[in-house]
Design a protein around this ligand. Structure first.
Ligand SMILES: CC(C)(COP(=O)(O)OP(=O)(O)OC[C@H]1O[C@@H](n2cnc3c(N)ncnc32)[C@H](O)[C@@H]1OP(=O)(O)O)[C@@H](O)C(=O)NCCC(=O)NCCS
Length: 294
């Protein structure tokens, strides 16, 4: 999504209903000044005894802020692989470099906890369209928009997640006619005008979550499948052009948070799973007032 979508920069309010027992407190993102050892301390988690199991019937969704103090980000850089550091260095603006670094460092930190290994030990493999994965699992996907990142983890299958800041300017552009299927455009334009921007983002994130689960990137024609999009309708894949039965093999779940200022969705094949939402808290900045650890 373009720069316009990144104009709104919500802080990071606690989400009503978040399972607080799943909060992860990052208390010691140690500053790396020199020496190789410091990298090993760059992500120190205090998870307050949280369970790091990933049951087959759960999809874990973690929320995090990508805005961290510069010295913390320098420490996080040490857990990145050389290719990730090179990619970070290619960003023109410091803010983007920093957000990418934090996004990857937190991804590594979370995966390392699930796998009981060190973040810097993880070796990502990349699919044909650059979807990162781990040979040993778990399946995971991440999405970022402005200062917000969402991570999804599953023990059972390919997963996709997408988040977009709730930005009416972006949604007002007539991108729907370019990207959405005729059925989706028809539903969108039948909605009251003031509802359409949010419905647009709902549709966008559901479509992106689906193509990200498949790992297809832009190789999949975005108008070759339909999703639900009217606000307050359950998230669902309705139809695919390539297989009559495909739609009912997938489940989509809405993860939008009005208070947090974003629209989001997660997609995974199969049924019988539920979303467990968790949140990474940055106690260094103290920017999540009122959050309690259990
Ligand atoms: C892969 C793709 C889907 C990412 O979408 P995005 O909204 O730009 O970015 P997100 O923040 O949601 O996701 C980016 C992350 O997804 C992961 N990713 C990269 N390629 C991926 C792929 N092919 N499939 C799934 N995940 C992928 C990466 O972890 C990446 O983050 P990182 O490199 O910083 O670690 C994008 O490259 C793409 O092809 N988009 C389609 C664009 C479009 O026309 N959408 C219209 C929808 S209606």
């Amino acid at each position: 999504m373009g720069e316009a979508a990144q104009a709104a920069e919500p802080r990071y309010p606690p989400r009503a209903g978040t399972d607080r027992s799943g909060c992860l407190d990052i208390v010691g993102a140690v500053l790396a000044t020199n020496g190789e050892d410091t990298g090993k301390q760059a992500l120190t988690f205090d998870d307050a005894g949280a369970e790091w199991a990933l049951p087959v019937d759960e999809v874990h969704v973690w929320r995090a802020s990508l805005e961290w103090p510069a010295e913390t980000v320098r420490g996080m850089r040490h857990v990145l692989a050389p290719d990730e550091r090179r990619r970070a260095d290619r960003f023109r603006f410091e803010r983007d470099r920093s957000r990418y670094t934090v996004g990857r460092a937190l991804l590594r930190g979370l995966l390392a906890r699930y796998l009981k290994t060190a973040p810097e030990e993880l070796q990502f493999q990349y699919g044909e369209f650059r979807k990162p994965a781990l040979r040993s699992g778990p399946w995971f996907n991440l999405s970022h928009s402005g200062p917000i990142a969402l991570y999804a983890f599953s023990a059972t299958g390919q997963i996709g997640i997408d988040v977009e800041l709730d930005d009416a300017n972006f949604a007002r552009e007539r991108l729907a006619e370019r990207f959405f299927s005729p059925a989706e455009v028809s539903v969108l334009r039948s909605l009251p005008a003031d509802v359409q921007p949010r419905a647009f983002l709902i549709c966008w994130t559901r479509k992106e979550a689906f193509i990200k689960a498949r790992g297809d990137g832009l190789s999949l024609a975005l108008d070759s499948f339909d999703v639900t999009l009217a606000p307050d309708t359950p998230a669902a894949l309705l139809r695919t052009a390539w297989c009559r039965d495909e739609a009912r093999r997938w489940r989509l779940e809405d993860l939008s948070d009005r208070q947090g200022g974003y629209v989001a969705a997660v997609a995974m094949r199969g049924y019988g799973w539920r979303v467990v939402e968790r949140q990474i808290m940055d106690t260094l900045e103290g920017n999540v007032p009122g959050q309690e650890r259990r």
